[in-house]
Design a binder for this molecule. Sequence first.
Ligand code: BGC
Length: 773
Amino acid sequence: MTDTLQTDRSTGFAEREAAEIVAELTLEEKASLTSGASFWTTKAVERAGIPSIVLTDGPHGVRLQRGSADHLGIGDSVPATCFPPAVALGSAFDPELAERVGRALGEEARAEGVGVLLGPGINIKRSPLCGRNFEYLSEDPLVSGVLGAALVKGLQSQGVGASLKHFAANNQEHDRMRASSDVDPRPLREIYLRGFQRVVEEAQPWTVMCSYNRLNGVYTSEDPWLLTSVLRDEWGFEGLVVSDWGAVNDRVAGLPAGLDLEMPASDGRTDAQLVAAVRDGRLDQAVLDVAVRRAVELAQKATADARSSVEPVETYDVDAHHALAREAAGRGVVLLKNDDTLLPLATGSDAAQRIAVIGEFARTPRYQGAGSSLINPTRLDTALAEIELLAGADRVGFAPGFALDASDAPADAALVAEAAAAAAAADVVLLFLGLPGAAESEGFDREHLRLPAGQLELLTAVRAANPNIVVVLANGGVVELPFADDVPAIVEGWLGGQAGGGGVADVLFGVVNPSGRLAETIPVRLEDTPAYLDFPGEFGHVRYGEGLFVGYRWYDARDAAVRYPFGHGLSYTRFAYSGLSATADEAGLAVRVTVTNTGDRAGREVVQVYTALAGSSVARAPRELKGFANVALEAGESREVEVAVRREDLAYWDIRVDHWIVEGGAYTVEVGASSRDIRLVGAVDVAGDDVRLPLTMESSIGDVMANPIAGPIVMQAMGSFTAGLGESDVFTDDGMEKMMASFPIGRLVGFPGIPVTYEQIEQLIALANARQD
Ligand code: BGC
């Protein structure tokens, strides 16, 4: 263990009031506590007993660099369990599993003396091109929020802080340190911030990491609206805001906006700027004190004494964590296609089927993405070795088929010939394809969604030799699958972490019955994707032109074809749905449905609940995921599952009142096995929130008519007015009535034939507004 965390035992640092400690510090000491001492540590103030703490990546393993980190902080790190990156964990759709993984991460972090693990990353997968999608959970904010909260709870149960990142609207890598994500209020709230809000409110991460980018023109690291009004005042965040590494643009602007800690070290330069700003009155010292108090409180939480409720650990069970990594990898695998029940394959060397394993990835796995999340694994499974173990080596032949460095080069004829021969000699082919490491990474985006051309050539050649092919994919972001109709089975293995090879093998042989679901749509073509025309932006701006219609919301609204829909994933058993009921109360909806495993083996179903509101007064997607349940059922077992939908999850962001509003009405409730495999449909009446908008001269006649006070008065006045006019006049004509509905009432005055004065309208408005208060 590092000794930084143990310095407090004698001083009682952890028990003292943080504000009291802050009061004893000099201005220089205060400023020093709000930036890093090194790449991964905060500063200590020994005189006051304040220890340095370690913050390190994250998210799917502990990337702790011993000694002095290299200048980019990406060199060697201590061995740690490389759990499945978020792309795979997200596909498991299971908060209980995510919490267990979080707990294991916490144990490892604690054993290494880490105070804060930099994760989870819950940014929305806006475009499949984002180079860092492997580090994010979903295209849907409910999935990101639920799983993100579970990870934070698990991690923090071990006395290690989370750093919820990257806050906010950091949905691409291109120009990530400068570009402005230009997002309208509704998509910002309903899609991009919603998951963050849920994690903050449910799990109180110790820290939130602001992103590099600007949001609607303002660097998130100096955005008081984002870091204070929304994060603290609205959501009640109590922890510390840390900058992404190097995200600070102007420290003196950032601190009062709500940025507490600059990371990594700034060589004292920005600390001196803070001191000068306080001295010359540009920065209120009280504001600095608040940031320092939060830094002290973080150090208190991260120190050994504060962990007294948690058993101290010096080490962790490497085998148990590897086993958990394997379980999680298997649970994240998505069985996309399985014609004629080609899978699962029989285990054991007695089985007659000969298996050709083709593809370098089977031997040299791609199991995590590049960049700051790169873990030095404690061990590494290969699919080939795990398949040989499960099948018996005698039944298995191997051909690499392609070389990993030949990413977009034509296929190597000799390797292809060897692979085709292996395929011809086998009964079934397991063809491992995927993206080479260089294709996707933190720091840059992909330019297309294609697999390397050489791999597709290999597929064609192997298919000619033996059509009985299971394609097994390794990729962190989704890829186009032009061959989907040409092969009988496809297994999406994602980047599965250090035990990913075992996790995939478990699914191929039915040791694990697949239950992973797509947390993001697999499109037919890049050109079909929602952000296609607005990614990655230009001249420092990226306009989120698709608005609310991100992921499946887009494809469903346009009734467009997809390769595999959001929520899709097959099983080796079948599930039947019956008995849907939905009731509403002030907490939200209780959706009940009976799920029966009608097949002959145990399995898991991810029951998905979508809602819609026909005739809504605001733009909405045809269906939105509002809840899900992960249910394990024995063969033949039947269970009533209840999915609770929180009332706040039914709300839209109302730009008129800058608030969440639940619109009243008869909501459609769809329950199914994917967004395009809806099994049961019901309806439930939901009482709406009152939206009281004061009338003004700018209010439309439609608004005035809808007002409970003014409406009847105007109606009556109109009645007597129109009674004197003949059949052909304005208010008896339907089209004219519609036109008048959007006419601002103040503009009526002076219109020939309209007998109202300005004062009369003013009086009407005053009356209506007074009675409503
Ligand atoms: C990444 C963060 C990471 C930090 C520290 C940044 O470049 O965006 O996710 O936690 O570096 O490595």
